[in-house]
Design a protein around this ligand. Structure first.
Ligand SMILES: Nc1nc2c(c(=O)[nH]1)N[C@H]1C(S)=C(S)[C@@H](COP(=O)(O)OP(=O)(O)OC[C@H]3O[C@@H](n4cnc5c(=O)[nH]c(N)nc54)[C@H](O)[C@@H]3O)O[C@H]1N2
Ligand SMILES: Nc1nc2c(c(=O)[nH]1)N[C@H]1C(S)=C(S)[C@@H](COP(=O)(O)OP(=O)(O)OC[C@H]3O[C@@H](n4cnc5c(=O)[nH]c(N)nc54)[C@H](O)[C@@H]3O)O[C@H]1N2
Ligand code: SF4
Ligand SMILES: [Mo]
Length: 720
């Protein structure tokens, strides 16, 4: 008889962190379902959870290191690969300097305890200023706002969804995404709960998304119009004396500057460009101010645009001015058990513009340069040119703007390594591919997402399945490479001392050691006092459904890192940037078609299209165009069209629907795997094109370097 066992773990695919109950029979996963005892996700899962098994069993997933040879990729031993990689990287940096070796960290890095902690040490060992990550396609405007206002980029407000009465949601689609910078298990019931309690959810989005079905109201907005909308709402609040002035003055500097700024934005002056009538703007402002608990929340639609940082700033301003920042039912700050920000300035680098990209002079944000400059930094001759790249759990050829250019640039590198378990558009350029252990074979603590939860929680999960023979975790790989390149230094004194000691004793530190140290020294820990109760790894190990540490409570005074403990509400670079909002208002009505994206429940960025259960059924890669635009341009539903931007051109199938705003067209990203069809056999056979062949590496938010992947001017023409 085959052994049968049930294991509890956490889905690491999106930020919702759903609890899973996984049945293993005879060493194979036979069933994955929601863990009803998980206090947070309460049994909720989405179709991607079951696909964890598909990626685990996927015959295209690579399970041993590969070396590229003229006749294709061939298996190579771990030690041989690691020794040669360290040697090549070291000789390039000795010859051309440290910045000649670049790194790019993709999104799954933050979903993987082993990669996240290993990467922090690896960065120190490399010492390069050419660091890139997915945040310049994602959250940089939010991180920079937190850095400027609160002095700490990890101090990020999340909506207190369970207690709010009015949620203004801009540029987010949790019904498809599972929620982002707002970890909320059981997303559907939590968000729908707002209306069920008699509250309101107002959604602002250029597409009538899946989340609109949960909303009380949905309003189309012209892509990029959020900053103008928020300025106009603030104008109404100041004009009608609805701002909690005394309270704001106690907690922040700069309210007078805000009052002056918003005078120029009466709703009548923005309605045409934004696409929302002035009466609606005024009503939304009044409803927001009148609600007992209200919260404005913005996500990727407010980041992937040229006014991303200003927009994210104005969201916090609106919350503060109405008495809803760091208040129950408003925008609140979690108190994480493992607090990255509390680990010190070398772990989370709170600076902006300390160095700039060599060619275009764009500023670093928290130590990372915008990925939009990666191609030009590889292509442009001169001192400091990038000659080698280590790509950590990322697929920038599919995810970065002007992707065709990046594809060519990667092919020209002297040396490249990918930590990845697929041979895809990016890793095919690597000289070595190192596949870390699969999620089901490794432990997990979500360092980042417990710090973004709508309740304070902590959870550790053990591996579900015995690791396959001769596999290594991403921690093992990155730790080994770091030691070969000069040693791991996290910058955190206590951790570094422990690491040095362990190394001298011939012991290998593990992510578990770090999690335990961080938990015990954190705000719920016992501070290493024997006998004193407190959170530790041992306690989490005996709580496989996670631990609830309570509802969010006001704590900004404890977490803020500004000099005098007050919020810097009007940093000069943001105040100055409002002139770009004025320029936008003048130009917006003259723009032609604007391209936006479309996340779907059954996709996960660029890398899960190889799972048969997720891609079966109708083609989901269409370009959606509004009927009025289709008629004007003689475009027909179901026909092929050509989409052209400044940088590229793709041919895709058209869908005519009024779910998008007139003047807006929508194409999902992550499709278009034909060039990797030999090694991604399911994904490679799908229709669809890479949306980032159209997005533009010169269309960015200059403050944060974030790519404006949304709102890209395009032309659509019929193909006869
Ligand atoms: N047009 C457009 N472009 C976008 C976006 C958009 O909305 N529109 N969104 C942007 C956003 S928000 C993001 S975060 C980025 C994401 O972009 P990236 O982070 O660059 O790429 P991913 O598509 O997440 O690819 C992750 C890679 O990691 C590998 N991988 C996944 N899990 C593991 C693992 O556990 N171990 C190992 N070893 N490898 C693993 C996968 O095989 C894949 O190659 O895309 C951005 N690009
Ligand atoms: N199923 C699934 N889940 C995912 C992912 C995935 O690929 N698939 N990716 C994960 C990642 S990496 C991230 S970062 C999160 C993102 O999480 P979300 O931000 O919740 O995800 P999106 O569905 O991209 O929602 C963004 C919305 O912004 C709208 N939008 C575009 N431009 C504008 C604008 O200018 N203004 C306004 N107001 N709205 C605009 C879009 O139409 C879209 O509906 O999702 C995560 N979860
Ligand atoms: S919503 Fe889906 S992908 Fe996200 S954590 Fe839950 S099961 Fe995983
Ligand atoms: Mo993302």
């Amino acid at each position: 008889m085959q052994s049968r066992s049930t294991h509890f773990t956490t889905c690491n695919l999106c930020e919702a962190m759903c609890g899973l109950s996984v049945t293993v029979e005879g060493g194979r996963v036979s069933d994955i379902r929601g863990d009803r005892d998980d206090g947070f996700s309460r049994g909720h899962i989405c179709p991607k959870a079951a696909a964890l098994r598909e990626t685990y069993e996927d015959p295209d997933r690579i399970r041993q290191p590969l070396r590229r040879t003229p006749s294709g990729f061939v298996p190579v031993g771990w030690d041989e690969a690691l020794a040669e990689i360290a040697d090549r990287l070291d000789s390039i940096r000795r010859r051309d300097g440290r910045n000649a070796v670049a790194v790019y960290a993709g999104n799954p890095t933050v979903h993987n305890l082993h990669a996240l902690l290993g990467y922090a040490g690896f960065l120190r060992a490399l010492g390069t200023k050419n660091r890139f990550d997915a945040n310049s396609q994602d959250a940089n405007p939010r991180l920079l706002t937190s850095l400027l206002l609160y002095g700490e980029q990890t101090v990020i407000p999340v909506p207190d969804v369970d207690r709010t009465d009015f949620m203004l949601m801009l540029g987010a689609n949790p019904a498809a995404s599972g929620g982002s910078l707002m970890s909320l298990g059981d997303v559907k019931h939590r968000i729908r709960g707002i209306r069920e309690r008699g509250g309101k959810l107002v959604l602002i989005d250029p597409r009538r998304s899946e989340t609109s079905e949960w909303a009380s109201e949905h309003h189309f907005i012209r892509p990029g119009g959020d900053a103008a909308l928020l300025l106009a709402m603030l104008h109404v609040l100041f004009a009608e004396q609805r701002v909690h002035l005394a309270d704001v003055r106690k907690r922040a500097h700069g309210i007078e500057q805000i009052e002056r700024l918003v005078r120029d934005f009466p709703p009548a002056s923005v309605e045409a460009a934004v696409g929302i009538p002035q009466d609606t703007i005024a009503r939304l402002a009044r409803d927001f101010a009148a609600a007992r608990h209200a919260v404005a929340y913005g996500r990727i639609g407010t980041c992937q645009q040229e006014l991303g940082t200003v927009t994210n700033w104005l969201i916090d301003v609106l919350n503060l001015c109405t008495g809803n920042l760091d208040r129950e039912g408003g925008a609140m700050f979690p108190r994480p058990a493992f607090d990255l920000g509390a680990l010190g300035r070398k772990v989370v680098e709170n600076h902006h513009g300390r160095w700039k990209s060599r060619v275009r002079g764009l500023p670093e944000v928290g130590g990372n340069l915008p990925a939009a400059v990666l191609a030009e930094e590889i292509e442009t001759n001169g001192p400091g040119r990038i000659r080698a790249l280590v790509c950590v759990l990322g697929n920038p050829v599919m995810s970065v703007p002007s992707s065709a250019r990046l594809d060519r640039a990667l092919a020209s590198l002297e040396f490249m390594v990918s930590l990845d378990y697929y041979i895809n558009e990016t890793s095919r350029h690597a000289h070595f591919i190192l596949p870390g252990r699969h999620a089901l074979e490794r432990s997990q603590y979500d360092v980042v997402f417990h710090a973004l939860q709508v309740r304070n929680t902590a959870k550790y999960s053990l591996p579900v399945i015995e690791p396959s023979e001769n596999t290594r975790t991403d921690w093992d790989i990155l730790y080994d490479l770091s030691m070969r390149l000069g040693g791991v230094r996290t910058g955190l004194k206590v951790v570094d001392r422990a690491l040095q000691l362990a190394h001298r004793l011939g012991l290998r530190p593990t992510p578990e050691h770090i999690v335990d140290l961080a938990l015990r020294s954190g705000r719920y820990g016992n501070g290493f006092v024997p006998g004193r109760p407190g959170l530790s790894l041992a306690q989490l190990k005996s709580s496989p459904h996670g631990i609830d540490l309570g509802a969010l409570s006001p704590c900004l005074s404890e977490r803020i890192r500004t000099r005098d403990g007050k919020i810097d509400l009007a940093p000069q670079i943001l105040v100055d940037d409002v002139t770009r909002v004025k320029t936008w208002l003048l130009q917006a009505p003259k723009q032609g078609l604007l391209l936006i994206g479309r996340r779907q429940l059954r996709t996960n960025n660029s890398w899960m299209h190889n799972c048969p259960s997720l891609v079966k059924g109708p083609d989901r890669s269409h370009l959606i165009v509004h009927p009025a635009d289709a008629e004007r341009l003689s475009l027909r539903d179901g026909h092929k069209v050509k989409v052209t931007s400044r940088v590229g051109q793709v041919e895709v199938t058209l869908s005519v629907s009024d779910e998008v705003m007139p003047g807006v067209v929508s194409l999902p990203h992550g499709f278009g795997h034909q060039q990797a069809a030999a090694t991604l056999r399911v994904a490679g056979a799908l229709p669809g094109q890479n949306a980032n062949e159209l997005t533009d590496d010169h269309l960015i938010d200059p403050l944060s370097g974030t790519a404006a992947l949304s709102g890209v001017p395009v032309e659509v023409t019929p193909i006869p």
